[in-house]
Design a protein around this ligand. Structure first.
Ligand SMILES: Nc1ncnc2c1ncn2[C@@H]1O[C@H](COP(=O)(O)OP(=O)(O)OP(=O)(O)O)[C@@H](O)[C@H]1O
Length: 455
């Protein structure tokens, strides 16, 4: 930011009366200047835009990527506020260092543009539908815009995630179960240069230890008896050029940790039965809900791997610590669930919202969504009542105060068991459906069913 300070006055003279839209960002992608024309077009103002990350203010912008790559982009098509515009973006250098970027969004003669825009719109809509299909095939369905929040804590995490998204730095996402770590991992990938390449998720807790290696690194034909003809690519190969998301990394067996570290350090893998190593280019995003520092003390997690994946870490706050987000998320989840179930329920009784605000949400946003889904099933009127909430929510002990006096482990275990019982009930014992409701893998569900003696 310091290089661009004091430039506002000069920029206003230069670009103030220009018919085109101008934006300048600093080396972190933070807006330092926009001209009046751009504010008008976006319906915003200097006080709302300057100082914010450019992705928060301008749709489909690539300014942060230009700063990261240092490469200009000429006559790029950009969809803003219902129109396709032509954007030029150039990096700004000072003494050989990037200090920011300047973007120019061009308008054409209105009539000519309107005609061309219609034609382009049709083509671009078609392209967009293909892009969506590619994204689905690539394994992402979320972007950072899907992470709803109003709380300052979450807004700060989002701001920081945006800042590092365009670089290749390894990111560790921490937070309790259901806080949105996977959503953030996908958001990071979508904001990066790798967005059109694969996003591959590995649930380190769900793959049995003895299969983890072949799942991660693949194998060659004939590597062992029972190996598939033609071999099988591992998750790392599938993620080549893209992002690999190592979920629940704290649950990864020690011997696999050694191998992962080698891959990350040397940028190559050696599939089982292969003649030699293969070069790879993957960005690593890991997530954990376990205290890795504690696991290191008990030698369950390797220190060298910890430092390798923990270059930058973000902690996503638990829902109970950001109550401001609860009304917004509840409303959104209600709309999502009622749309899916085709039921007309439009609001929550005030007592329900109060209960939500006082409840501890050990399963965080996922539990909120499941709770709302369960109550939509039970509700008879157009408003969700206290009596429509699942049993655990009706239990006063679960709502605020007292539960915190119980050991957290016990509370989490009780909530987990309750959620599984509920999901199995809702899914009529159909385990695949219960997995989908809970958002966990099959082997994870089987382990938990055994653990809590629910078979
Ligand atoms: N801020 C948010 N806005 C909207 N939806 C959210 C938000 N945070 C989480 N969700 C939703 O909550 C659910 C759980 O999120 P997600 O799977 O990303 O959590 P997680 O932290 O990765 O969980 P786990 O540690 O159990 O794997 C998802 O359906 C996700 O879309």
């Amino acid at each position: 930011m310091k290089h661009l300070e004091g430039m506002e006055h000069i920029c206003n003279i230069l670009f103030g009366s220009l018919h085109h839209c101008v934006v300048i960002v600093d080396e972190q992608g933070i807006i330092t200047f926009m001209n009046e024309r751009y504010y008008e077009f976006l319906g915003t103002s200097a006080s709302r835009a300057v100082g914010r990350h450019v992705t928060e203010v301008i749709e489909n912008t690539r300014m942060h990527l230009v700063v990261a790559s240092g490469e200009a982009e000429k006559a790029n098509m950009q969809y803003i506020r219902g129109n396709y515009m032509i954007a030029d973006r150039v990096p700004l250098y000072n003494n050989g260092y990037i200090i920011g970027a300047l973007g120019l969004v061009m308008f054409r003669d209105r009539k000519e543009w309107a005609e061309m825009n219609q034609h382009i719109k049709t083509l671009m809509l078609e392209l967009e539908s293909y892009q969506k299909k590619v994204e689905q095939l690539n394994g992402t369905s979320y972007s950072l815009h899907d992470a709803l929040s109003v709380s300052p804590e979450m807004e700060e995490v989002k701001r920081n995630v945006r800042k590092v998204a365009s670089s290749d730095v390894s990111v560790l996402l921490r937070g309790e179960t259901g806080t949105g770590k996977e959503l953030f991992a996908q958001g990071l990938h979508k904001l990066s240069e790798r967005s059109m390449k694969p996003f591959v998720k590995v649930n380190c807790a769900a793959i049995p230890g003895d299969l983890l290696e072949s799942e991660l690194f693949g194998y060659e034909e004939g590597a062992f008896t029972g190996a598939k003809k033609g071999g099988k690519p591992g998750k790392f190969q599938l993620a080549d050029q893209g992002t690999i998301f190592l979920d629940e990394i704290g649950d990864m067996p020690l011997n696999t940790q050694v191998k992962i570290l080698r891959v990350l350090q040397e940028g190559e893998i050696e599939p089982l039965g292969a003649q030699g190593p293969r070069q790879l280019d993957v960005r690593v995003v890991a997530a954990t809900n376990q205290p890795l520092e504690q696991l290191m003390e008990t030698q369950q997690f390797r220190e060298d791997l910890y430092y390798r994946i923990n270059v930058i870490s973000f902690t996503i706050p638990a829902l109970r610590n950001r109550p401001e987000d609860i009304p917004l998320l509840s409303k959104f989840m209600l709309q999502k669930v009622t749309k899916r179930l085709g039921k007309r329920i439009t609001a929550f009784d005030q007592q329900v919202l109060d209960r939500f605000l006082n409840y501890s949400w050990p399963g965080n946003v996922r539990e909120l969504e499941n709770t709302i889904e369960a109550s939509v099933h039970l509700a008879e009127g157009e408003t969700i009542q206290l009596s429509d909430l699942p049993e655990r929510m009706a239990d006063k002990r679960a709502a605020g105060g007292e539960w915190e006096t119980k050991p957290l482990k016990q509370v989490l275990a009780e909530a987990e068991k309750q959620a599984i019982v509920q999901a199995l009930k809702e899914a009529n014992g159909e385990k695949r459906e219960a997995c989908a409701l809970l958002g966990i893998g099959k082997s994870s569900l089987y382990n938990k069913i055994m653990k809590y003696g629910l078979d």
